[in-house]
Design a protein around this ligand. Structure first.
Ligand code: G3P
Ligand code: MG
Length: 271
C-alpha cells in the first residue's frame, strides 16, 4: 500500500461533524452538537425540515418510523412535516434519551466559536426535486415551494452570530436562500454529479460544493483524482466531501487538496 498520504499536513482541512458526529453520538440532537463542538469540529452539520405547524426541527429522515424506506430512529410514527412541533420534540432518538430538537434550540445552545452547516433537507411539500439542475420554469415553481421554510430558518438564525453554511440537494432551496439572503454562504450537495454541483455553484454564487466521496472514486488503495478539486478551486469554491468514515479516506481526500471533511467520527485526521 502506498504511504503517500500518511502524515499529510491537516492544518488547512476543516472538520464538519456530520449530524454531530453521528458515528459516536445520537445524530442531530443537542447533545451530539455539543459533543462535536467539544471535540474540535469547525462546523456541525445538521439536517432541518419543518413540523406540521411550520417550526424548523433538526432531523434527517422523512418519517419518525421505519416505513417507506426510513430507518425508524425514533419511538414515534408519522411523517415529520405532518406531525405537530409539540409531538416531534417529544420523540426520542435511537433510545438515547435525547429528543428531536428545534433548530432554535441548537442555535441557542451552540458553544461560541463553532459554526453550523445547515442542510435544508425538505420543505414539507408533497414532492421536492433533488440531485439535478432545474429548468427555468421548474426553478420558479420550486423556489416558491421552498420560500416559506427558508424564511423560517433565516428567522431562527437572526440572532446567531457564528458562521453558517447552508447546503442542500434541492436547487429550489438554494434559489430561495439566495433570493432571501444575498450574502448567505451556500453549497450544493451532490451524490456523484460534480457537473451538477458546479452548475449550481455558478448559478447561486456558492461558497463551496459538497460532493460525496463517490464523486472522487475514493476506494482503497488507489489514489483519487485531484482534477475536480483543482477545477473547483479555480472557480473559487471550497470542496467539502461527505461522509468520511476512516482515516485513510480522510488522508486520500486531504491528498488531493479538499478543504473540508464532513465526517461521522472525531479524530480521523490525526494519523
Ligand atoms: O451534507 C452532506 C450529507 O449530510 C448529505 O447526506 O443524507 O447524510 O443528509 P445526508
Ligand atoms: Mg445531511
Amino acid at each position: 500500500m502506498s504511504q503517500a498520504f500518511v502524515g499529510t499536513d491537516t492544518s488547512m482541512t476543516r472538520i464538519i461533524a456530520h449530524r454531530g458526529y453521528a458515528g459516536v453520538a445520537p445524530e442531530n440532537t443537542v447533545s451530539s452538537v455539543h459533543f462535536a463542538a467539544d471535540r474540535g469540529a469547525d462546523l456541525v452539520e445538521v439536517d432541518t425540515m419543518p413540523s406540521a405547524d411550520g417550526r424548523a426541527v433538526v432531523f434527517h429522515d422523512s418519517r419518525l418510523d421505519d416505513q417507506e424506506g426510513n430507518r425508524g430512529v425514533t419511538d414515534r410514527t408519522g411523517v415529520v412535516w405532518e406531525t405537530p412541533f409539540a409531538e416531534l420534540v417529544e420523540a426520542q432518538v435511537l433510545d438515547s434519551g435525547e429528543h428531536i430538537p428545534a433548530l432554535s434550540e441548537v442555535v441557542r445552545t451552540l458553544p461560541d466559536g463553532v459554526g453550523l452547516n445547515i442542510e435544508l433537507k425538505h420543505c414539507g411539500a408533497p414532492t421536492i426535486i433533488t440531485g439535478r439542475v432545474l429548468t427555468s420554469h421548474e426553478r420558479d415553481e420550486r423556489m416558491a415551494q421552498w420560500e416559506p421554510f427558508v424564511r423560517t430558518v433565516l428567522d431562527v438564525l437572526d440572532e446567531f452570530s457564528g458562521e453558517v453554511l447552508f447546503s442542500s440537494f434541492a436547487e429550489g432551496a438554494l434559489a430561495a436562500l439566495r433570493a432571501q439572503a444575498p450574502d448567505a454562504q451556500l453549497a450544493p450537495i451532490v451524490a456523484d454529479r460534480l457537473d451538477v454541483a458546479f452548475e449550481l455553484a455558478d448559478r447561486y454564487e456558492a461558497t463551496a460544493v459538497h460532493p460525496s466521496m463517490d464523486a472522487f472514486g475514493v476506494t482503497l488503495p488507489e489514489p483519487v483524482d485531484p482534477i475536480p478539486v483543482q477545477r473547483a478551486h479555480d472557480a473559487g469554491y471550497a470542496v467539502n466531501v461527505w461522509t468520511i468514515e476512516t482515516w485513510y479516506q480522510a488522508a486520500q481526500l486531504r491528498g488531493i487538496g479538499v478543504d473540508g471533511l464532513i465526517t461521522e467520527y472525531p479524530g480521523l485526521t490525526t494519523w
